[in-house]
Design a protein around this ligand. Structure first.
Ligand code: HEM
Length: 476
């Protein structure tokens, strides 16, 4: 009594407001927020849910009350994708999550560790440039979306597992198909998560398919772990993530013993965290550059003056490329890889401003809506990197109008790695090639439809024709 919930739609019996979410939940929730406000309360099935849609509201939940909202809701899928909540991304807030987060931040995603994979990343990027040069010589159209997805998968596999995995390497369906199936299953809303009474019936067959997918991965990771245990570790070999995690095998990380299942769960986090995210961000940045030739030209001029036409871009050049930084910020603003972040959950009853938020409420932060909020951004829908000129706003979650990596305790721990890969790949592709759209398509005709999922890539692949533009004679 006297405790006021935030405003929101009443919803139907049992379903609540689930029926209001279609193929584009970020847009559906934004529409509802326009009616009910930036802090909105609704039921999704039986799950009490708060949806936050303005920078000020995001700050209240992700900074002022961060500790209360730092947990994650339970999912039917967790038994299979996170070996029973042993990963980081879905773990409940508590000492296990804290220990694993510390381990990942210090041992896997530190600046030193990221730097140790620099030459590997350069090798993979060089392979892509070589392929694109061949296409340029032949005047061929390139499926950039597909190429970027392969680049990102290859970089991730080498960093996490120690080598690239080809299609025949995981089950007869192939590595990418099995991985994509896992991502698709995770992205499909499972009614059992919202209406627990029907979970056991598995009406959509999702749990059954997850189980089958899990079996393949479990076997695959066992094989990789065995191979790593048997292999001879030369002192000068760069340790991949399996090597690092095996260093903790059987040890007590504070009160937790690191077993195979913990290692498999963390490896899954690292693969899922690094594969599609960077590829999606690069795909969108290149799309915006193709749509905005003025910005493309200005970025090429920056590269020409900082790097020069006789050299390819090195990772060490990146910090000097200020316009590149603005271009990528602007692209992440308009096309967040994770438009609703990952849902959080509250651990206790809490008053946020005047509103009462009950314990175990889900928190959805609509980063997509926040980063297009017309009260926070001038001409919010326009791709205009110059808006960041002379501003301190960065993407690390300190300013709540720009939160593509989230913010606070649950903010992305892979931000440095993600940004390095995005910056270097965009810079190299734009420095080495001029790009045009196929079939004499004009820049403003390029469609920018997105497809909501675990990440939010383009709905249609980005196709473009490269022309080589550097004056390096050999190598590139
Ligand atoms: C373009 C690149 C990336 C973007 C845009 C991105 C974005 C995000 C977002 C929005 C979240 C959720 C934050 C929240 O719930 O509040 C997240 C969490 C996470 N990300 Fe990333 N990410 C990227 C790259 C990476 C990379 C390279 C890795 C690791 C190799 C990674 C690993 C993770 C993990 C483990 C979590 C869960 C953290 C936790 O629950 O404590 N991400 N990321």
């Amino acid at each position: 009594k006297g405790k006021k919930l935030p405003p929101g739609p009443r919803g139907l019996p049992i379903l609540g407001s689930l029926h209001k979410l279609g193929a584009n939940p970020h847009r559906n929730l934004h529409q509802l927020a326009l009616k009910y406000g930036p802090v909105m309360f609704l039921r999704l099935g039986f799950m009490p849910t708060v949806v936050v849609s303005s920078p000020q509201a995001a700050e209240l939940f992700l900074k002022t009350h961060d500790l209360v909202f730092a947990s994650r809701p339970r999912y039917q899928a967790e038994k299979y994708v996170s070996w029973g909540q042993r990963n980081l991304a879905f773990a409940e807030y508590g000492s296990y999550w804290r220990n694993m987060r510390k381990l990942c931040t210090l041992e896997l995603l530190s600046q030193t560790k990221i730097n140790s994979f620099r030459s590997m990343r350069e090798e993979e990027l060089d392979l892509l440039i070589k392929l694109l040069r061949e296409a340029a010589n032949a005047g061929a159209t390139v499926d950039l979306s597909a190429k970027l997805s392969t680049l990102s998968a290859d970089m991730s596999c080498r960093m996490v597992l120690g080598k690239k995995y080809m299609d025949q390497d995981l089950d007869e369906k192939g590595f990418k198909a099995v991985m994509q199936e896992a991502m698709r299953l995770l992205a499909t809303p499972n009614m059992g998560d919202y209406i627990p009474y029907i979970a056991a019936l598995d009406l959509q067959g999702i749990t059954k398919r997850l189980k089958a997918n899990h079996k393949i991965f479990d076997h695959f990771f066992d094989k990789i772990i065995d191979e790593h245990m048997e292999s001879d570790k030369g002192e000068d070999k760069t340790k991949d993530f399996v090597d690092v995690m095996l260093g903790f095998y059987g040890t007590q990380e504070s009160e937790y013993r690191i077993e195979r299942s913990n290692i498999k769960a963390i490896l899954t986090d690292m693969l899922a965290g690094s594969m599609d995210t960077s590829a999606t961000a690069i795909e969108w940045t290149l799309s915006e550059l193709l749509k905005n030739p003025r910005v493309m030209k200005k970025l090429q001029m920056e590269l020409e003056s900082v790097v020069g036409m006789e050299k390819k871009v090195e990772e060490s050049d990146l910090e000097k490329l200020e316009y590149l930084d603005m271009v990528i910020k602007e692209s992440l603003r308009l096309h967040p890889v994770a438009p609703l972040l990952i849902p959080h959950q509250s651990t206790e009853d809490c008053m946020v401003g005047d509103f009462f938020i009950p314990k175990k409420s889900r928190l959805i932060v609509n980063a997509w809506a926040i980063m297009r909020d017309p009260d926070a951004w001038i001409e919010a829908e326009k791709f205009w990197p110059e808006r960041f000129e002379g501003s301190n706003i960065d993407v690390r979650g300190r300013e709540f109008e720009l939160i593509p990596f989230g913010s606070g305790r649950r903010g992305c721990p892979g931000i440095q790695l993600g940004l390095t890969v995005i910056r270097h790949t965009v810079a190299q592709l734009v420095h080495c090639f001029d790009w045009k759209l196929p079939n004499d398509m004009m820049p403003d005709e390029l469609d920018m439809a997105d497809e909501f999922g675990l990440t939010m890539p383009r709905a249609n692949h980005l196709l473009a024709i490269p022309t080589y533009r550097l004056s390096i004679q050999r190598g590139y």
